[in-house]
Design a protein around this ligand. Structure first.
Ligand SMILES: [Zn+2]
Length: 582
């Protein structure tokens, strides 16, 4: 039995049940509806009941507003009542805490430039940017490039990240690069060593961990600070090799979370083997994430840190620094996990795939990078609206691509011009065509001011020669009446391997409606422009598009009728487009 997606189905039913009953869902009606939608689940009723109870509990722990938001994001079609829809349209972000404590709000987005950005970063960027804007504050971009060995950054990625932020409509007010700030981190490290809040540990990692796991200090910890300053000089001077010495921050040795105890702040990297892409082998001692980040947030005046809840442990680590320096820790907002079904968000996999040629580039349509989304015609406003609707809430959320497409459709549907595209074309012969036809169709059904496109069908000795897609042709049988959109109705006579033969039936649309004829699109046989559409799985669908498509320009988003939305990538002898969604 296919029970994939069952959790999502239950969640949807539970949310719908909850919003109809003042925010409290009940297991029984949820179960009833589930079994009527998916009767096959009765066979595993016991497991299903437990799962329903669990999800109902999860849904009931949300506020009514939050339940409505989730429905709006995940299943907009479920909110059938228009009033309900209207009420929750165009949401704005909830206020930030303790804004009045600060002169002005400062937020930051701090990527490691070891890959291009992808959808997984959208929440951090958009929330930080929007909150800074909302309070007339400042939004900082900080490149965290202090690991030349494992998370190797590159100057190319910095440029691409800057471009991504511009495209998303989130340009930073200030920019910093941590590899420019190494001396600053040294200064603060020395201060901590002097005051006995940090020490240089030269234990073998195994020895250190054995001690710390039982809450015991390693032999280095309690040596006088003079010794540690001496070891620090030796670290900087090249006496120790990579892995032989590390600066650790003193914490509570009995901290309930062993991962927080005595966390490492700076370490040695063999920069002859792993030169830094910006500063080469200038520094051999490099700060680790928590040290550089903690110090920078303070020095840059960050007032509100907005990040995923996977950083909660890092916050605990960094709070030791703030205590030792007598600084006040900024407000921290930790949002829940956001999963996107079917999107690979592993930076290392993306980098490896591109380097090994598995992907065509950073904008390969199979990737969830902003570059790929942009190439496919996903608008930054769609991402922005989706993220604002999700907001900084702590609850985890799982999205499908379709959720993002629904936001994008709302934006592009009113502007995308319509064209006929006959993919995998097949000839359609229409007998009994007594005159030439010229049909004018609006470029956009709801915006007549966008103009018209015209298609011509010639009568050649009483015959019209057209093209239709093989996909439609395969479904036809002799005797069927079919309406060729905006043209006329034909009666199918025979369906052969390479062509379909039909005869003229009638002209009026009402007649087609009365006969319940299916509507298919078409092109005149001699009037098409070669066109290839690159699909999200990187496959290519080829065919012919109507001649008027020659007037589109690259980057324009169009809709191929009965096929879907696409972004025109290049215009020439041939049109190349990237598929967005249906
Ligand atoms: Zn030690």
């Amino acid at each position: 039995m296919d029970i994939s997606g069952i959790r999502e189905v239950i969640k949807k039913i539970a949310l719908l049940n909850a919003v109809s009953y003042c925010g409290k869902a009940q297991s029984k009606p949820v179960l009833g509806r589930l079994f009527s939608e998916r009767p096959e689940l009765r066979a595993i009723a016991r497991e299903v009941v437990a799962l329903v109870d669990e999800i109902v509990q999860e849904v009931n722990s949300m506020s009514l507003e939050e339940q409505r938001d989730f429905l709006k994001i995940l299943w907009p079609e479920a909110l059938a009542r228009d009033k309900e829809k209207e009420r929750i349209e165009e949401k704005s972000l909830p206020p930030l805490p303790n804004v009045e404590k600060y002169k002005r709000v400062v937020t930051r987005f701090a990527p490691n430039p070891d890959c291009v950005l992808h959808l997984g970063s959208a929440r951090a960027i958009i929330l930080c940017y929007e909150y800074a804007k909302m309070y007339n504050g400042r939004f900082i971009l900080r490149f965290e490039d202090t690991d030349p060995r494992l998370k190797r950054s590159s100057i190319q990625f910095m440029d691409l990240i800057r471009e991504d932020l511009e495209w998303l409509g989130c340009p930073p007010d200030e920019e910093y690069i941590q590899s420019d700030r190494v001396e600053i981190y040294y200064k603060y490290a020395e201060k901590l060593l002097e005051e006995g809040y940090a020490y240089v540990c030269t234990c073998k990692p195994g020895v250190f961990h054995k001690r710390v796991i039982v809450g015991e200090p390693c032999p280095c910890r309690d040596l006088p600070s003079e010794e540690h300053l001496h070891r620090w000089e030796a670290m900087l001077g090249g006496v120790y090799a990579e892995g032989e010495a590390v600066v650790r921050i003193k914490t509570d040795l009995k901290h309930p979370n062993p991962a927080i105890r005595e966390w490492p702040a700076l370490r040695i990297i063999d920069v002859r083997k792993h030169p830094h892409p910006r500063v080469g082998s200038k520094y051999r001692v490099w700060p680790l994430y928590n040290f550089a980040c903690g110090i920078d947030d303070h020095l840059m005046g960050v007032t509100h840190i907005i990040r995923g809840k996977e950083h909660l442990t890092n916050q605990e680590r960094q709070k030791y620094l703030y205590r030792y320096f007598g600084w006040e820790y900024p407000e921290a907002i930790h949002y829940g996990r956001l999963k996107i079904i079917g999107a690979s968000l592993s930076k290392s996999k993306i980098v490896r795939g591109v380097r090994e040629g598995l992907y065509a580039g950073w904008d390969d349509p199979r990737l969830a990078t902003f570059l790929a989304l942009r190439r496919r015609g996903i608008r930054p406003e769609a991402i922005r609206r989706l993220i604002i609707d999700i907001g900084p809430r702590p609850a985890d959320i799982t999205l499908s691509w379709e959720n993002l497409y629904a936001y994008n459709r709302k934006i592009i549907d009113p502007i995308a011009n319509r064209y006929f595209f006959v993919w995998r074309p097949m000839k359609l012969i229409v007998k009994g065509v007594r005159k030439d036809f010229a049909v004018s169709i609006p470029l956009h059904p709801n915006n007549p001011e966008k103009g018209m496109r015209t298609l011509y069908v010639k009568s050649e000795g009483g015959v019209g020669n057209l093209l239709i897609t093989s996909q439609d042709a395969e479904k036809l049988s002799p005797g069927d009446i079919v309406r060729l959109m905006e043209l006329f109705n034909v009666k199918i006579e025979s369906v052969e391997k390479h062509q379909v033969i039909s005869s003229f039936h009638s002209e009026s649309y009402n007649e087609a409606k009365r006969l319940n004829a299916s509507l298919i699109h078409w092109l005149p046989e001699d009037g098409g422009v070669p066109c290839s559409v690159v699909m999200p799985d990187n496959s290519i669908v080829s065919g012919l598009a109507e001649v008027s498509i020659k007037s589109v320009s690259a980057d324009e988003i169009i809709q191929f009728e009965r096929f879907g939305f696409a972004r025109v990538d290049s215009v020439g002898e041939k049109i190349v487009a990237f598929f967005a969604h249906r």
